[in-house]
Design a protein around this ligand. Structure first.
Ligand code: NOJ
Ligand code: CA
Length: 667
C-alpha cells in the first residue's frame, strides 16, 4: 500500500528529574499531565482549553504474580511529533492525516518491572497504552486494570450497558453521573458543551474494556474475564495493552469525522489488498428473520439452489455486486443445541458448485456464511479447511456469526474471544477472503492493519425489527455517534416493506423468536431506510429486504446507483439521538443521507461540499408530503433538481423520516 509519509520526528530524552511529564495536542487545546505519587502509583489528568476535563485518574494494571501498579519511578521521558498522510484501500476516507504529539514515559519499580506508558495527543483526542515487561516469570496473569476516567462535571451520555457477551442492547441517553456501567464507545456532552467519547484502539491480545463506576464514584476500566477470573494471560512476562482513547470535538459530528481510532492502529499488514473490495449485496436472509423461510433444510428451506439463482439473477440485473445465502450448510438443526455446523458440507438442496458457477457466469460475488453458534472449538478445527475451500471456489467474502454462548464459560469479549476473532481474520487473509462478522468483538480500528476485516455487526441491527418490538426511532441516530465511531457496521438497512404487508399473512410464516409478539415492523419511513444506506457506513452494504419488494420499485434506483466504495465522507450536522446529515463522495458523485427521530425536522444544508463550477443532477428521495413513520411510512417522492455548490438544500423530513440525495455531475 502506498503511503505518503511526511513526518518529522524529534525525540528528546529527558531524565528522571522531571516528575510530572506533560504533553499537549498540536493545536495546544488538549494538555495531559502525568504524576507519580509517593507510593509510586501513576495518575494522569487532562485539560481542554485550560479547564480541567479529566481530573487526576489512576493508571496501571494489577497482576496476581507481579507488582504492576505501584512503586514506580520515572526513568526516561521521550517526546515526539508526527505529521503524516496515509492511505487505506477503502473506508469513509481513503486519505487520512495523522498529526499528533507523543510522549513515552519509561518507569521501573523495586521488583524490576519495566513499564512504558505511551501517550499520543491529537487535536481530536488522545490515546494511551501500557507496555509491561516483567522479568523472570514464565507467565503473567493480569487480574485488573486500574485505568480511571474521572470526567469533571456532569453531562449527557449515550451508551449501551456493559456486557461481555453482547452489544445488541438498547442505547440509553442518561446523565453521565448516573452511568453505573457502559460499553464503549460511550459518548457524552459535558456541561461546558464539549463532545467526547471513550473507547479503545488496536484490541489485539487483551480482553475488551467496559466502564464501571468504582467505589470512589469514578468510571473505571472493567475487563472481560476468563472463566477462572483472570483478565489477561500471557506466556512470558510481556503485556501490551490496547490504546485507551478519548475523542473530543466541539460539535457532535466532529467525533464522526475524527480518524483517531484508525490513527492508533498499525499500518496494513497485507502484502496486497486488490482483492479487498467494497460492494453492495442482497441475500437469502430476511425471509428467515421474518419467519417465512428457515435456515435448516425443511420444507421452508431458504437456501435452495433455485432461490440462490433467483437472488443471483436479481443482483446481476440490478448491478449489485454480491449475494449472501444463509442456511446453505449442514448443522442448522443443531443451532441452539450442540452448534455443530459443518463449514464445507452444503445441504442436499443447495448445490454449491452450481451456485458458484452460476454466480460467476452472471458476474456476482458469493458471500459465504459461517454461523458458529459460538462453538469456537468446532470452528477452529475446521478453520483452515473452510477458508481453503472458499478460496478454491472463488468465494472472496464470508459473513460469520456467533449467535450462542461460547463453550467452557468463555465470554465472547474476553481475551479468548479476542484471540479467536483475530485468528479468523488472519486465516481469512491468507486465503484472500474478507469478513463481515456478526456477534463480533467490538471494532477498535484493526481494519487499518487487516483491511479484509471489513464490517461487523456489534449493535442491534435491522434483524431486531423482524421479530421484536424493534429498534427505537433514536437508535439509528445514536449509532453514528457511538457504535460507528469504532468502525463500519453491517446494520443491513433498506427494508422497503416497512409493515411486512407482503408476508404478515403468508401461510408459511411461523414465530421462531421468543421476542416476536406478532406486531413487529420497521420504525421509520421508507425515505429514512434509503438515507441509512449513506448514514450507516459499511463497505459491504446490504439491501436487506426480500428482492420481490424491490422489483419495479422506483425508489430502489437509489441503491442501483449507490457505490459502496467511497473516497471521502463528512458528517455535516447532527445531534446524538436527534438528527444527522452525512455526505460521501465516490469518484465524482456524491450521496447525502439525512434522518430524524420522532420529530419532523427541516435541515438547511449548504452544498458547498460539491466541486465549484460543476452542475449536478440531484435525485432527491424524500418523505412524501403526507408521510409519517407511524401511520404512513411508505409515502415518498422522488424529485429531480439541478444544483451547484452555491446552492443550499432544504431537507424536509417527516416524523421518523429521512432523505437521501444523489448528486451526479452533468457531463
Ligand atoms: C445473527 C446474525 O446477526 C444474523 O444476521 C444471522 O442471520 C443469524 N445470526 C443467523 O446466523
Ligand atoms: Ca446479530
Amino acid at each position: 500500500m502506498k503511503q505518503l509519509i511526511t513526518s518529522i520526528l524529534f525525540v528528546a530524552a529527558v531524565l528522571a528529574s522531571c516528575s510530572s511529564p506533560e504533553v499537549s495536542s498540536p493545536d495546544g487545546r488538549l494538555h495531559l499531565k502525568l504524576t507519580v505519587d509517593e507510593a509510586g502509583s501513576i495518575f494522569y489528568q487532562v485539560d481542554v482549553d485550560g479547564s480541567p476535563f479529566i481530573a487526576p485518574s489512576r493508571l496501571g494494571l494489577v497482576a496476581s504474580n507481579a507488582e504492576l501498579a505501584s512503586g514506580f519511578v520515572i526513568e526516561d521521558i521521550e517526546h515526539g511529533a508526527v505529521d503524516s498522510v496515509w492511505h487505506q484501500p477503502w473506508g469513509e476516507n481513503k486519505e487520512l492525516t495523522d498529526r499528533h504529539n507523543s510522549m513515552s514515559v519509561t518507569m521501573a519499580n523495586g521488583e524490576g518491572v519495566q513499564l512504558t506508558l505511551s501517550f499520543k495527543l491529537f487535536d481530536d483526542g488522545l490515546g494511551f497504552r501500557y507496555d509491561y515487561d516483567v522479568p523472570g516469570v514464565d507467565s503473567l496473569f493480569v487480574t485488573d486494570e486500574l485505568t480511571q476516567f474521572a470526567i469533571v462535571g456532569d453531562g449527557m451520555s449515550w451508551s449501551i450497558p456493559a456486557s461481555f457477551e453482547t452489544y445488541e442492547l438498547e442505547y440509553r441517553e442518561m446523565p453521565l453521573s448516573t452511568v453505573g456501567d457502559a460499553n464503549t464507545p460511550m459518548t457524552f456532552k459535558t456541561e461546558g458543551g464539549l463532545y467526547a467519547s471513550l473507547h479503545e484502539a488496536a484490541l489485539t491480545d487483551y480482553p475488551e474494556m467496559t466502564l464501571r463506576r468504582d467505589s470512589t464514584g469514578v468510571l473505571k476500566a472493567d475487563l472481560a474475564p476468563w472463566p477462572d477470573g483472570v483478565k489477561a494471560r500471557y506466556a512470558g512476562g510481556h503485556c501490551l495493552s490496547p490504546w485507551r482513547t478519548v475523542q473530543v470535538a466541539d460539535e457532535a459530528v466532529g467525533l464522526i469525522n475524527s480518524p483517531l481510532i484508525l490513527n492508533l492502529n498499525e499500518p496494513c499488514a497485507l502484502a496486497t489488498t486488490d482483492w479487498v473490495r467494497p460492494m453492495r449485496y442482497v441475500g437469502v436472509w430476511w425471509g428467515m428473520h421474518l419467519g417465512i423461510e428457515t435456515w435448516q433444510d425443511d420444507e421452508r428451506h431458504g437456501a435452495t439452489t433455485a432461490n440462490a439463482k433467483k437472488y443471483i439473477d436479481f443482483a446481476a440485473d440490478n448491478g449489485i455486486e454480491g449475494v449472501v445465502f444463509e442456511g446453505w450448510n449442514r448443522g442448522w438443526e443443531s443451532w441452539g443445541g450442540r452448534q455443530s455446523f459443518d463449514f464445507t458440507a452444503p445441504y442436499d438442496d443447495f448445490d454449491m458448485g452450481e451456485v458458484v458457477r452460476y454466480a460467476k457466469e452472471r458476474g456476482v460475488q458469493v458471500i459465504g456464511h459461517h454461523e458458529t453458534g459460538g462453538n469456537v472449538p468446532n470452528y477452529e478445527r475446521q478453520l483452515d479447511r473452510a477458508y481453503a475451500w472458499c478460496d478454491s471456489l472463488g468465494i472472496r467474502y464470508v459473513k460469520t456469526g456467533y449467535a450462542g454462548g461460547m463453550p467452557g464459560g468463555q465470554f465472547h469479549h474476553g481475551q479468548y474471544g479476542v484471540r479467536h476473532y483475530r485468528r479468523v481474520v488472519e486465516t481469512a487473509a491468507r486465503y484472500h477472503v474478507s469478513l463481515d462478522v456478526h456477534e463480533p468483538i467490538k471494532d477498535t480500528g484493526i481494519r487499518r492493519t487487516w483491511p479484509n476485516m471489513m464490517t461487523r455487526e456489534g449493535a442491534r441491527g435491522m434483524e431486531w425489527n423482524a421479530w421484536s418490538k424493534g429498534n427505537s426511532l433514536e437508535h439509528e441516530l445514536i449509532l453514528p455517534f457511538t457504535r460507528l465511531l469504532a468502525g463500519p457496521m453491517d446494520y443491513t438497512p433498506g427494508t422497503f416493506d416497512i409493515l411486512y404487508e407482503a408476508t404478515r399473512n403468508d401461510p408459511r410464516r411461523r414465530k421462531w423468536n421468543d421476542l416476536d409478539e406478532g406486531n413487529s415492523r420497521v420504525n421509520t419511513t421508507l425515505a429514512k431506510q434509503i438515507a441509512n444506506w449513506v448514514i450507516l457506513y459499511s463497505p459491504l452494504q446490504m439491501a436487506s429486504d426480500l428482492v420481490e419488494n424491490y422489483e419495479g420499485h422506483p425508489a430502489f434506483q437509489f441503491f442501483r446507483d449507490f457505490d459502496a466504495d467511497c473516497d471521502w465522507s463528512r458528517a455535516l450536522q447532527g445531534e446524538p439521538g436527534d438528527y444527522i446529515a452525512v455526505v460521501r463522495r465516490a469518484g465524482d458523485r456524491y450521496d447525502l443521507g439525512a434522518s430524524t427521530n420522532e420529530e419532523a425536522r427541516t435541515l438547511t444544508v449548504p452544498l458547498d461540499f460539491l466541486v465549484g463550477g460543476v452542475t449536478y443532477d440531484a435525485a432527491i428521495y424524500a418523505d412524501g408530503d403526507d408521510a409519517d413513520w407511524q401511520h404512513n411510512p411508505t409515502s415518498y417522492k422522488i424529485v429531480h433538481r439541478t444544483v451547484t455548490s452555491a446552492d443550499t438544500l432544504t431537507v424536509v423530513m417527516a416524523e421518523g423520516g429521512g432523505q437521501a440525495v444523489t448528486f451526479i455531475p452533468r457531463k
